[in-house]
Write a protein that binds this ligand. Structure first.
Ligand SMILES: [Zn+2]
Length: 493
């Protein structure tokens, strides 16, 4: 299994949720994050990796692990409507909403259905592909974890009544090494105070256990889940979360005779998953109430099953929302006309025949596009486009070359959200500063929110240390190929 010439370097990918380039640079330049500074100075720093869309963790992690956008992996967001079952799927957006929807349902959705039903079986994860080649991997603290190894998981007895699993036990396929809060731990006596994911200290301790026991597999994916919540309340400029996590990375690097040695023995990568857009503080002005905007229609209520007479379902993902039109006699265009009168909506998208149509509450005209055509974008994808390119801030040259401004990789990402699941629906994005309010969605006032297509939340940093290799394009969707490339160069069967 080992390459004879020199021992292979395990890849350790640390996903610090909501890590953004600017605060990362400030933290490292002002002495608040020496470990991250060391990795940046001794590696490559890509400040503007493009995330997935919607910019919500489950969709992003699914893109990272499968190398596809939501049109292929089929995890449309934290909140969406399953047309075939007539059921709102929520993986746990916030305490209040989850409570309303039933903890039972969202725990079940998050822990079981996400990996075993929703994440498409037509795509494979990094763990599965490495497993097929006999190369081991590890997942620490990630809700998206599908691998090849059948594993019996159990909810602690205290919480077993919260789930739909019989006696709180279920089987999932995971990577060979797997850690997720109380359900499965690498350290037999490890403690976590949260039901599901553990905090940043938990993640770091689990990683250090693998290092200490000399058990690091070819690829380890670790998620630090704490910063996101902090930033929602403190706003995107908060640095304390970075400092706290950096301290854990220092302790991890300290397990080696020197930090240089840690780099000689491993490839370290640190990334963010989504950025944050600061939100305003006056509730009335900054929360867009879609129910109010569409109040002449009958909108399903989230706490009860969808009824025959419901015309619309609204599923909010903070600054992005899916609006489903259940009433077959109600044309999408009627809803879209209503929406485009609101100047707080910057990108409104729906399918039209085999194309995508974009309109906006802020700009005139429309833009229609579909995959393949004469226009070639910076990621070598080709498109047919017609109409006003300003609606997606596209820069078009006379040679029909396309590049992106405020909405990175917009064409592929909008296309992916509209093809992520079945049903008649519209995708809406709030302009920076605003977020959607749906029934009981937590509003992040005076803080920050994400979910939309805008660059504020779509561009994230990536630090790569211990190799000179790079992903082909600076996008999270290109990370899978990159990781498989460096693992298979080193680990041969
Ligand atoms: Zn968040």
């Amino acid at each position: 299994m080992r390459n004879n010439l020199q021992s292979p370097k395990p890849v350790i990918l640390l996903n610090i949720d909501s890590l953004m380039s600017e605060p990362l640079e400030i933290a490292t330049q002002t002495g608040r994050a020496p470990a991250l500074k060391f990795l940046m100075e001794n590696g490559q720093f890509i400040p503007n990796m493009v995330s997935s869309f919607p910019t919500m963790s489950v969709t992003i992690d699914s893109s990272l692990l499968t190398g596809t956008y939501a049109d292929q992996h089929h995890v449309p967001g934290l909140n969406w409507f399953d047309h075939s079952r007539k059921e709102i799927i929520n993986y746990g957006t916030g305490f209040r909403e989850t409570f309303r929807l039933g903890v039972r349902r969202s725990v079940h959705n998050m822990l079981y259905r996400l990996n075993n039903e929703h994440l498409s079986s037509d795509v494979s994860t990094i763990y599965e592909e490495l497993g097929n080649r006999g190369i081991p991997s590890a997942s620490i603290n990630s809700f998206v974890y599908r691998g090849n190894t059948p594993r019996r998981l159990q909810v602690p007895r205290l919480f077993s009544t919260l789930t739909r699993f019989e006696k709180g036990k279920w089987t999932s396929h995971t990577p060979p090494l797997f850690s997720l809060g109380l359900f499965s731990k690498l350290r037999p006596w490890g403690f976590t105070s949260q039901i599901a994911a553990g905090n940043y200290k938990y993640t770091a301790r689990e990683l250090r256990t693998l290092i200490r026991k000399n058990k690091l597999p070819a690829f380890t994916f670790c998620i630090f889940q704490d910063m996101d919540l902090r930033l929602h309340f403190k706003g995107p400029k908060d640095l304390k979360g970075i400092t706290q996590i950096d301290r854990e990375i220092q302790k991890t690097l300290n397990l080696y005779p020197s930090w240089e040695e840690a780099l000689k023995r491993n490839i370290w990568m640190v990334m963010g998953d989504n950025g944050h857009s600061p939100t305003g503080s006056k509730h009335r002005e900054f929360a867009i109430d879609l129910r109010k905007l569409l109040q002449t229609y009958r909108i399903a209520r989230i706490e009860r099953p969808v009824r025959k007479k419901d015309q619309l379902v609204v599923c909010v993902n903070q600054r992005m929302a899916y609006i489903y039109v259940l009433d077959k006699n109600l044309p999408l265009s009627a809803i879209i006309e209503r929406l485009r009168n609101d100047r707080r909506l910057d990108v409104i998208a729906c399918k039209k025949d085999d194309s995508i149509r974009i309109v906006s509450g802020m700009r005139e005209g429309s833009l229609t596009f579909r995959p393949t055509g004469d226009y070639q974008d910076v990621y070598d994808q080709t498109w047919s486009i017609e109409g006003n390119p300003e609606l997606l801030d596209l820069k078009v040259t006379s040679e029909k070359k396309l590049s992106y401004g405020d909405y990175p990789d917009a064409l592929a990402r909008v296309y992916s959200a509209l093809h992520s699941h079945s049903g008649r629906f519209i995708v809406v994005n709030a302009k920076p500063g605003y977020e959607f309010k749906a029934q009981l969605t937590p509003a992040h006032l005076s803080g920050a929110a994400h979910g939309s297509l805008h660059r504020q939340e779509s561009l994230v940093p990536l630090v790569i240390a211990g190799t000179t290799e790079q992903p082909t394009y600076p996008r999270l969707v290109d990370m899978k190929e990159f990781i498989l490339r460096i693992c298979s160069q080193q680990y041969r069967r």
